[in-house]
Design a protein around this ligand. Structure first.
Ligand SMILES: Cc1cc2nc3c(=O)[nH]c(=O)nc-3n(C[C@H](O)[C@H](O)[C@H](O)COP(=O)(O)OP(=O)(O)OC[C@H]3O[C@@H](n4cnc5c(N)ncnc54)[C@H](O)[C@@H]3O)c2cc1C
Length: 471
């Protein structure tokens, strides 16, 4: 990467906020997924949307590609930039610009950390619902780009259901405003189109989100099972009862052991084949009635121990193992590949058996922690990429899991996005004309395909990328 470009960027953001040394760039070579790496040409950290616009105008002039980056917690290799692409990191843009109790809206910069928004809204009796397990680190901009989910999205919907307006800077630096603060459904749903676009449509610089009242009563129910299948059947029974829990999460034995051996231990018994967390929220009476039904269903389906809590500190303790499961799993091997796929809830027992078969045949350690209520699986593969052949077996296991989920009527991602990791599975899920249409939509936002190049759709299926010389 040329020094003149670094100098020109420094004139926009200040010298301190341009990274160009190999050691500095190496810090940004991966996101939360260890199986993909790319070193950016330069990293620039603007502080305002005006600086982002000036950076994008400069890159447009010089025809340099770029990649937006939030906290880099993504799990699909989406926030990786390969030189000469410039990484535009938005973590300095971390101001909550407005919080309004009357309209129940917040306007934020993209680098605001998810959990900080709910923290700021709490004195108003409000919170921001989507709660990815990475919420203490990930940014609202990254959540918008990935259409992030989280445990409580079962009842309340994923990010797209909570965003009403986005100001986007397109690849040439020009600004467009999608949606409206109120979020009324008139005209085409451009916010819906942008949410989940994985950084390929431009950079979100100002985001208006809905805030919801904090539920009056919340009860978290914990149950453990001696058979994984029994836990999966309990999940189906709860949903079939008509109750929609705020969250319905599962961890298998391998995951429970990792948690209980870590500082996140919750006191769960490690001989259990699976544990479930069911959260119920609403009025006192509704939560009491639903708790009775849910606890009875858990017991009918073989739960060994059922306990529950309403006090915030006790609930936090029950949740701790689930929320920190990836961290706990990170201790047991040098590398952890967290996968993401969706299946219809009814086939959960079958697909978990298939994953166990793949694990045994390929000699890998695979732990499962997931949003059971949504059928959103996260098989976590612990491995050591330095061990000969191990990374190849991880790749093979991932592909087999994706194929099994698709064959069962599911999809290759539930919430972590396609990024680099799932790109080659896209032709398994979509026809060539559908993929070409995705490329056409992208071109409407970014005719030269300079925003997050090479992600999501395989290059050979994107005609305009070929024209742009990427293939
Ligand atoms: C421990 C752990 C737990 C997780 N749990 C969950 C979970 O429960 N649910 C879930 O959905 N995800 C989860 N994730 C994945 C990840 O945290 C989410 O995808 C999150 O939304 C990424 O946010 P980020 O700020 O880190 O974005 P990054 O990783 O920096 O970027 C992700 C993508 O967004 C794009 N992007 C970032 N900012 C912008 C912007 N302002 N404008 C346009 N594009 C942008 C990037 O180009 C990239 O393609 C988890 C990750 C970890 C490590």
């Amino acid at each position: 990467m040329t020094t003149p470009l670094a100098d020109a960027l420094a004139r926009i953001v200040g010298k301190r906020w341009v990274r160009s040394q190999p050691a500095e760039l190496a810090t940004y070579a991966a996101d939360g997924l260890p199986t993909h790496e790319a070193v950016p040409g330069l990293v620039v950290l603007p502080a305002t949307k005006h600086e982002v616009a000036a950076v994008l105008r400069l890159l447009h002039l010089l025809e340099v590609p770029f990649v937006a980056r939030g906290a880099g917690t993504g799990l699909s290799g989406g926030a990786l930039a390969e030189a000469p692409a410039v990484l535009v990191t938005l973590t300095r843009m971390n101001r909550i610009l407005r919080l309004c109790a009357d309209s129940r809206r917040a306007v934020v910069e993209p680098g605001v950390i998810n959990a900080k928004l709910s923290e700021a809204a709490a004195p108003l009796g409000l919170h921001y619902v989507p709660d990815p397990s990475s919420q203490t680190a990930c940014t609202i901009g990254g959540n918008v780009a990935e259409n992030a989910g989280g445990p409580h999205c079962l009842k309340y919907g994923v990010t797209t259901n909570h965003v009403t307006q986005v100001e986007v800077l397109l690849a040439d630096g020009s600004s467009v405003v999608l949606g409206s603060p109120q979020g009324e459904p008139w005209g085409p749903d451009l916010v819906g189109l942008f949410v989940g676009s994985e950084g390929m449509f431009g950079i979100a610089v100002e985001i208006t989100v809905r805030l919801e009242p904090i539920p009056r009563t919340i009860r978290t129910v914990f149950a453990d099972f001696m058979a994984l299948r029994a836990a999966s059947e309990a999940v189906s029974a709860i949903i079939a009862s008509g109750i929609v829990p705020a969250a319905l999460e599962m961890m298998d034995q391998s995951c429970v052991i990792a948690v209980e051996q870590s500082i996140y231990a919750t006191g769960a018994r490690t001989d259990a084949a699976a544990v479930l967390l069911v959260e119920l929220d609403g009025s006192d009476a509704a939560v009491a009635a639903e708790t009775q039904v849910v606890e009875a269903l858990l017991r009918t389906h073989g739960a060994r121990e059922v306990r529950s809590a309403t006090a915030p500190a006790d609930r936090a303790r029950l949740w701790q193992g689930r929320k920190k499961a990836f961290g706990a799993l990170g201790r047991i091997a040098p590398d952890l590949a967290v996968q993401d796929a969706v299946v219809p809830r009814s086939v959960l027992p079958m697909i978990l058996d298939r994953i166990a078969g793949i694990r045994d045949r390929l000699g890998l350690q695979i732990s499962n922690v997931f949003h059971a209520g949504d059928g959103n699986l996260h098989p976590c593969i612990s491995f050591d990429r330095r061990a000969p052949g191990e990374a190849d077996r991880v790749e093979e296991a991932s592909r087999e899991i994706m194929e099994a989920c698709l064959a069962a009527g599911g999809s290759v991602t539930g919430e972590h996005g396609v990024g680099s990791d799932k790109r080659d599975y896209m032709p398994l899920a979509f026809t060539a004309p559908t993929l070409a249409l995705m490329c056409d939509v992208r071109r409407a936002f970014d005719p030269e395909a300079r925003a997050n190049p090479g992600k999501v759709v395989p290059v050979h299926l994107c005609r305009e990328w070929r024209r742009g010389g990427e293939a």
